[in-house]
Design a protein around this ligand. Sequence first.
Ligand code: LLP
Length: 444
Amino acid sequence: MSNQGFVNQNIKPLNTKRNEKGNLEISGCDVVELAKKYSTPLYVMDEATLTKMANDYKEAFSKYENVKMTFASKALMTSSIAKIFHNLGFGFDVVSMGEIYTLLNSGIDLSKVSFNGNNKSLEEIAFAIDNNIDHFSVDNFYELEKLNLIAKEKNKIQKIHLRITPGIECHTHEYIKTGQSDSKFGFDLNQINDAIELIKNEYKNLELVGLHAHIGSQIFETSVYFDEVKILLSEIKRIKDKFNLELNEINLGGGLGVTYTKEDNPPSVYEIADTIINSIEIHTKEFNLKKPVLYIEPGRSLVCSAGFSLYTIGSQKNIEGVRKYVAIDGGMADNPRPSMYQAKYFAEIANAKEKDDFEKVTVAGKFCESGDILIKDIELNSPKSGDILCVYDTGAYCYSMSSNYNNILKPAMVLINNGVSDVIVKRQTLEQLVQNDVIIDRLK
Ligand code: LLP
């Protein structure tokens, strides 16, 4: 089941096997030992898998002469993860002051960073300009006005892209679609002319250089990328003819899907790259345009399969003839995706078992909600209290969307590589949990 295809087509990280003890071993680390050493729940990231995927992205797009790779930080942002992508030559797509701050904390400047988001605050805009961000992807008229004003105050000409909604439907979960017309993000195609008029005539501190779109996440179709390129380039052609302005940058966003369970069948990054490059060839010829600088900003596909979560199994509840619940020491606060998007995950017992005796169970979290079910109906090898459960593909949108629901502490994160393991995010402490609480005088 694992290691059959490219990284985003695998459920498990590279180099996943059972060792001589019968324990799960990933990248030379005994997973049961990791759980013992760092305690559970635990997020683990395998550097080799992450690096392979990042290098596949670079190689797949190397056929195109001018590509800018950025990592969509929202998928997983910690100081060490940022460092890894920076060292691999990636820039970043950020959506908040917090993400910018994390980069700066890692000693990464903003020269390869784009700022996305549909409601950036004035404080965030000023902070990004002060720290010399490369460009903003401007989402709406309000932002155009405010950004121009702040850039003017700071005596800067700010490079921008316009984020547009290309009106492309893709077949993914309703909440993670973004490119369809009825979306909170970006300028509608029929608002672009007005935006450009404003930039040309009034907003003199903005320099428009490109168009940006993002059609959705966990995408399995290559054709939507072909269409996205076509729409962006046809807009560039229209803008060139109407305003005598040739924009020379396009950003296609992220979206490439990954394999959470064997039902998922995403294309490889090479197929996506070929589709995109082919569409650029065809449509720059058709519209008689220069080949643009190409930005892509994948998130999930770069980190998802490199990550897994370890839990300890505790209580069990068997409802005869109905279902057996197996409860773990984490759940919806460290991985909200099943309860938010009905996301499905694959898991297995990490510790050795004398023999195979699989039974169908439902993995429940420990949070006080019936909806806190991590995996419904999965075959596990005789799950017992004290067993370590390894849930795969938790590298994206788990840590970054985690919460302190029920005042339960956030897990630590460990980076593994070839037999070595290091904490890259410490486990939260009880003191940290209440550090911002204030007990006001009259309550004392
Ligand atoms: N660029 C933009 C402008 C985006 O909005 C996103 C994701 C990306 C790039 C990266 O997309 P990716 O390659 O990761 O698909 N929390 C949801 C996913 C939300 C995605 C939001 N935007 C989930 O857990 O499935």
